[in-house]
Design a protein around this ligand. Structure first.
Ligand code: NAD
Length: 255
């Protein structure tokens, strides 16, 4: 039964501190299906209280640090005893600018957070999953990682690299029973994109590029994550699941 798809599965989620962000909303979907969740985030919040569950652990973690990623995985295993699913969802945007005006420090931080986090966490999580003979890793990429994306080169390049890393780890560990996939959201209403509502012209322009004519909801990404993590996706690995209202289906370049 769907309600028990993740009974007693342990899920480590990075980037779940915002109650209305993709990470926390996905955490609540996993909890509703029986999972135990451990959240690692830069921001310290009382996650258990807003998720309303005892089956939630939390540690403060900067995923751009290999040491903090290792500590987060170990804390998750200490609390819950194992780790079945890694959802690397923590991410940061960059200010809009062309390359000459992008800050080198921002470029490095975005790369280390979005891409480095996936590498560092996978490095520690995979040996646990190999011992278990099974595991699922899912990363939050972005439609901006599928092609160029104007004025956000550090972010778009980091998400493109996330997709490549997902596919490479999927190839390397398919025989270990570890499936590795990505979701590629388009515009989703979360704290990360809340600022766009102060820029109606930009938001209208973004909406006009979405065939379904609206932004997505975090739970629409979360449901795709749960599908990829579940036995329903048992023969799916190295896949990038677009959750974008049809945006990336249109490659015609026509207005
Ligand atoms: P969000 O701001 O709610 O989530 C990002 C989370 O990552 C926050 O909780 C933040 O504290 C955490 N974080 C940032 N840097 C971190 C670090 N170094 N270490 C640990 N945690 C860190 O916004 P969201 O939209 O829910 O973003 C979740 C993911 O979805 C991100 O990877 C983002 O790039 C991706 N995404 C979002 C959209 C969108 O339109 N909202 C579209 C495509 C992809």
């Amino acid at each position: 039964m769907a309600a028990h798809r993740f009974q007693d599965h342990v899920v480590l989620i990075t980037g779940g501190a915002n109650a209305s962000g993709i990470g926390a909303v996905t955490a609540s979907l996993f909890l509703a299906e029986g999972a135990k969740v451990f959240i690692a985030d830069l921001e310290e919040r009382d996650i258990a209280s807003y998720l309303g569950s005892k089956n939630v652990g939390f540690c403060k973690c900067d995923v751009s640090s290999p040491e903090e990623c290792e500590a987060a995985v170990q804390a998750c295993v200490e609390i819950h005893g194992r780790i079945d699913i890694l959802f690397h969802n923590a991410g940061m945007l960059c200010p809009p600018a062309h390359v000459p005006n992008q800050d080198v420090g921002v470029f490095q931080k975005v790369l280390l957070t979005n891409l480095g986090g996936l590498f560092y966490l996978s490095k520690v999580v995979i040996p646990y999953m190999q011992k278990q003979g099974k595991g699922s890793i899912i990363a939050t990429a972005s439609t901006s990682g599928l092609s160029g994306a104007m004025s956000i080169s550090p972010y778009a390049a980091s998400k493109a690299a996330v997709i490549n890393l997902v596919q490479t780890i999927a190839l390397d560990h398919a025989k270990d029973g570890i499936r590795v996939n990505a979701v590629a959201p388009g515009l989703i209403d979360t704290p990360m994109t809340a600022g766009f509502s102060q820029m109606p012209a930009l938001r209208d322009d973004m909406l006009s590029n979405i065939p379904m004519g609206r932004a997505g909801k975090p739970e629409e990404v979360g449901k795709a994550v749960l599908f990829l993590a579940s036995e329903d996706a048992s023969f799916i690995t190295g896949h990038v699941l677009r959750v974008d209202g049809g945006t990336s289906a249109d490659c015609s370049g026509s207005p």
